[in-house]
Design a binder for this molecule. Structure first.
Ligand SMILES: O=C1O[C@H](COP(=O)(O)O)[C@@H](O)[C@H](O)[C@H]1O
Length: 233
């Protein structure tokens, strides 16, 4: 089952996700392990964290990881890490050792291996799979999530926690968290905004044979605990 949380505006969606995160931090004294997505949707959220919530979030108790990365350096406008950094990390007091980025500038195969090891050393496991406290996931206009694109169904069940993947149209090389890790998270929060994605948001809540195998919809519906934060019904 997917629990939807619907708000009137993009900013209110971002505030609601942030308040939920702060509430989760209050329920425990240990650090929270959070994996972030990229693309354009979370930019409002990251800017909120870097401005209004810079001092309200206990950053020293958060370890940040990434769901996926484009294989470019952090200075590239395509970099998921770089986009988060310029909106948030440059303004908040987070220990450097709590930032676990995918190094998109490195050799993709070697970097996927290195990142798997980093994740395995820090993230607790459940049934042999790394279990993040919160994964913030996005959904592209084509129904992709992480960098798992339509048709890449083998990544729904791939044993490796991260793989090298490719954008099917641009052929951009990516590093992507695979389906089992996404589905094992304690909370898999889909953050999806906008009129263009309205039919996919509807499909996530009411799947049909045409959409049920799209990556975001399949993973959302087969995950341990999925929440959908959106501005559309
Ligand atoms: O390429 C990516 O796309 C998805 C969705 O991005 P958006 O621009 O439609 O918000 C994102 O979740 C993923 O992290 C990113 O690499």
């Amino acid at each position: 089952m997917i629990t939807p949380y619907i708000y009137p505006s993009e900013k209110e969606v971002a505030i609601a996700i942030t308040e939920r995160l702060i509430h989760s931090l209050k329920t425990t004294e240990r650090p929270l392990y959070i994996a972030l997505s990229g693309g354009s949707t979370p930019n409002v959220l990251f800017a909120l964290w870097g401005k209004e919530y810079a001092k309200k979030i206990p950053w020293q108790r958060i370890h940040l990881f990434w769901v996926d990365e484009r294989c470019v350096p952090p200075s590239d406008p395509e970099s998921n890490f770089g986009n988060m950094k310029i909106r948030c990390l440059d303004y908040v007091d987070i220990p450097i050792e709590n930032i676990h980025r995918i190094q998109g500038e490195n050799n993709p195969t070697a970097e996927a291996e290195r990142y798997i090891n980093e994740v395995q050393q820090i993230i607790p496991v459940a049934n042999g799979i790394p279990q993040f406290d919160i994964i913030l996931a996005g959904m592209g206009n084509d129904g992709h999530t992480s960098s798992i694109f339509p048709g890449q169904t083998h990544l729904y069940t791939k044993k490796q926690a991260y793989v090298v993947s490719f954008h099917p149209v641009t052929h951009q090389v990516r590093i992507a968290m695979t389906g089992p890790v996404m589905m094992t998270a304690k909370e898999l929060i889909f953050h999806v905004i906008g009129t263009e994605k309205q039919h996919l948001i509807h499909a996530m809540l009411h799947p049909d044979p045409v959409t049920e195998n799209l990556p975001a919809i399949f993973i959302a519906r087969h995950a341990n605990y999925t929440l959908l934060f959106t501005d559309k019904e």
